[in-house]
Structure formats: structure tokens, C-alpha cells
Design a protein around this ligand. Structure first.
Ligand SMILES: [Zn+2]
Length: 410
């Protein structure tokens, strides 16, 4: 059977996986917002690799961006036409990476891949080279074995995922939205768990709020002469815990199943210990179940801040600084979820489950365009961390899962 031959070929691709990871990692693709010069070199390399697999269509969609030398950010779309023209199986990965951060926390050069047994280490090896390599290898195996494409298969490698997707998927959908159809199977291999049992189909609404507490600065030996903004901020943080009770809906599709309200960043106030601060600014990151209107949460936060400001004779300003309302979830019964779950069962022998997460994946752009997309990969979640790594065996197994989906064999 064709599929058995292809899975066997993928089992022999260890050296190819290492080689691809090396070549991708050394072509550093940092967006200008992260101090880099874009994805050009990595895109050029990948375009050559795709050409080698003789796609029926290969298109470079260029998003104009004057900040990089070429004047545009590259997005690659390759498609192999199947005997059945619809649906197309699409797998979308991103080429850009995040900066390595504090280099002293790395044991190796982040842009030179190192291999320790089954482990590959380097910036981008998981996020998102894992997706690029595991979606590419099954097409290579199909070409090497001379297999026919029963279904159409498309690979998309986008720019700018890490800094907002304006020059990446957002641009692709705005300009070439005609490539996609609502019956297509769209997979985004950019999130998952360690045993590959999590298929992400839904996201929470993201809301970031800034709280500015203003009182009166004075000498710390005479606190009664001032009004302590830090004390006010601390009281407010404790009071905001009650948002959890007020917005208490639970939805077992999500992990965690409730809305979360986390105080996060606090700006520096006074530089010395013997001054009562007169101004404190802190932030809260809220991940809200789709059933709630984020404006209701802002209203409640304002009410709580107002009552406390009155009690402590402070002024407290409450402003949303970022809001992304969750797109309609992909149905847990969508064909892409079912196809993935069956292929995962066949290759890995485990039962995968559709789940919702806290938000922030690129799949939201597909969902906003009413294109059902599923996020899935097998990963230990070391993205954005020092010593980012992934396992060669996971890339190979995930490639086999994609092979089964491409072939319609699950
Ligand atoms: Zn990513």
C-alpha cells in the first residue's frame, strides 16, 4: 500500500530532519520589530526546496515593508494538485523566529543547531521549524515513491507571525483569500502538547488593562502627609481577584476551563526606599471565555477601582490597552479535526481531543475569515525559551500524521 511505503520512507529521514533544521536555523529570520532584517534568506532557501518537489503552483506573496532591504516580506504558497480538486489540505507554518534573549542562558550558539541523541537544540527548531519540516517531508516521500496525490496538498510558509502577522497570514488572506475554501482542511502546526493529544480549536478573548493609581508623594517617615499609590495598587490587585467570581462561567473545552485575570507587569515607581510613592502603574492580562463581552469586564474593573479610589482618596484610571475578541471556534466535529484525530490514532496510537486555549495563535486569522483551522503538533513547549529544543522522533511521527492526512488515509 502506498501509505505504508511513505511512512517507511519518513522513518528513514533522520539525517534530512537534522540537515533541514541546520539550514533553517542558520538563516536567522527576525522581523524588523525584533531588530532583524526579515525572512528573505530563509524564504529563498525554502523556495528552492519546494521547487525540488515540483509543485503545480508555487507563489511568493510579497507584503510591502519598507523597513527591510528587499522592500517586502515573503510568504510562500506551494500546491500539489490532487485527483480530487477539493478539499485541499493546507499546512501553514511560519518562518520568523523570536530573538534568543539573554545569551548567557544558552549552552550553545542559538543559531547553530546542536544534536544530542534525539534532541535538536537551537532558536526556532520548535517554533516553527518543527512545523515546516514535518509538513514538507511527507510531500518529499510522496515524490520519492512516485505516489499520486489523491487530494490537493498545499504548504504555506509565512512571515511575521511573531510580531502580529500584518505582513504574514493577515496579508495573505487579504490579498489571496481566494486560495482557500471553507471545506478545506487547514492545519497550523504551531501549538500542542507533549504527547500530541491536543488539537486546539478555540481561543479565549484577550484583554490587557492598564491601571494608573495616583496619590501624593511624601517622605516615608510621615506617611500620613501623602497618599500611598502602591498601597492603593496592592488593594486593587486583591480586589480584582473577585472578577473570577463575577465572571465564573466554565467551559470544559478550554484548559483552564474558566476566564483568567492575572496581574502581570508593574512599572517602576520611586527609586529609593524612604519615599512614599505617588504614582503606580500596573497591568492585568485577562483571557476571557467567548461567552463574555470584554467591555463588561472593563466596566466591572472601573467600578471596583472607583470605590477603592474614593475610600483611599486616590485617583485610579482604568484603560484597555489591547483587546482581541475571540473568533468563532472551529467545531470539534469539523472535518479537519476528525481527519487529524484519526491520523494521530493510526500513527501514534493515542486519542487526541479538541480543546480551547488562552489565545494568541495565528489560526485566529483563518477563523475570522470563516475558514475552520486546527492547531496541532507534538511539542514540549520550549518556544521562545533559551535552549529551545525539539525531538527528531516527534518531527518524524508528526510528518507521518500529515502524510496520512495528505493521502486521506486515516
Ligand atoms: Zn510559532
Amino acid at each position: 500500500m502506498a501509505v505504508e511505503k511513505i511512512l517507511e520512507l519518513i522513518d528513514g529521514y533522520r539525517d534530512d530532519i537534522i540537515q533541514l533544521q541546520k539550514e533553517l536555523t542558520k538563516r536567522v529570520a527576525l522581523g524588523p520589530d525584533n531588530g532583524g532584517s526579515g525572512e528573505h534568506d530563509k524564504a529563498k532557501y525554502l523556495k528552492e526546496k519546494l521547487e525540488g518537489l515540483e509543485p503545480d503552483e508555487l507563489e511568493e506573496i510579497r507584503a510591502p515593508d519598507e523597513r527591510v532591504a528587499q522592500g517586502y516580506r515573503p510568504n510562500l504558497v506551494a500546491k500539489w494538485q490532487g485527483k480530487r480538486p477539493h478539499p485541499t489540505v493546507w499546512v501553514l507554518s511560519h518562518m520568523d523566529v523570536v530573538p534568543p534573549g539573554d545569551l548567557s542562558l544558552w549552552n550553545t550558539d542559538p543559531y547553530v543547531v546542536s544534536v544530542e541523541g534525539d534532541k535538536i537544540i537551537g532558536r526556532g527548531v520548535e517554533d516553527n521549524h518543527h512545523g515546516i519540516v514535518s509538513s514538507y517531508l511527507p510531500v518529499k516521500a510522496m515524490r520519492e515513491s512516485g505516489s499520486d496525490f489523491e487530494q490537493s496538498v498545499g504548504l504555506i510558509f509565512v512571515a511575521d507571525e511573531e510580531t502580529g502577522s500584518k505582513f504574514g497570514l493577515d496579508y495573505v488572506l487579504r490579498n489571496r483569500g481566494d486560495l482557500f475554501h471553507s471545506e478545506d482542511l487547514i492545519i497550523v502546526p504551531d501549538g500542542g502538547n507533549e504527547d500530541g493529544t491536543m488539537i486546539e480549536v478555540a481561543e479565549k478573548t484577550m484583554l490587557w488593562i492598564r491601571f494608573t493609581v495616583t496619590g501624593k508623594q511624601c517622605h516615608a517617615s510621615t506617611p500620613a502627609k501623602g497618599r500611598n499609590s502602591l498601597y492603593g495598587a496592592a488593594r486593587l490587585i486583591v480586589d480584582l481577584e473577585k472578577l473570577k467570581e463575577e465572571f465564573a462561567l466554565q467551559d470544559e473545552l478550554f484548559a483552564p476551563p474558566d476566564s483568567t485575570f492575572a496581574p502581570t507587569k508593574i512599572e517602576a515607581n520611586v527609586p529609593n526606599i524612604n519615599t512614599i510613592p505617588g504614582k503606580d502603574v500596573f497591568y492585568m492580562d485577562c483571557r476571557i471565555l467567548p461567552g463574555y463581552d470584554p467591555d463588561g469586564i472593563i466596566e466591572s474593573a472601573k467600578k471596583r477601582a472607583g470605590a477603592l479610589a474614593k475610600e483611599l482618596d486616590l485617583s485610579i484610571e482604568v484603560e484597555p490597552v489591547y483587546k482581541q475578541v475571540a473568533a468563532n471556534p472551529t467545531s470539534p466535529d469539523a472535518p479537519v479535526v476528525k481527519a487529524l484525530a484519526r491520523a494521530i490514532r493510526r500513527v501514534k496510537g493515542v486519542d487526541a481531543k479538541a480543546m480551547g486555549i488562552g489565545g494568541g495563535t495565528v489560526a485566529a486569522f483563518f477563523r475570522e475569515a470563516d475558514l475552520p483551522a486546527a492547531v496541532w503538533i507534538t511539542q514540549a513547549d520550549t518556544a521562545h525559551q533559551p535552549n529551545e529544543f525539539c525531538f527528531i522522533s516527534n518531527i518524524a511521527a508528526d510528518a507521518k500524521v500529515f502524510a496520512c492526512v495528505y493521502l486521506g488515509e486515516y
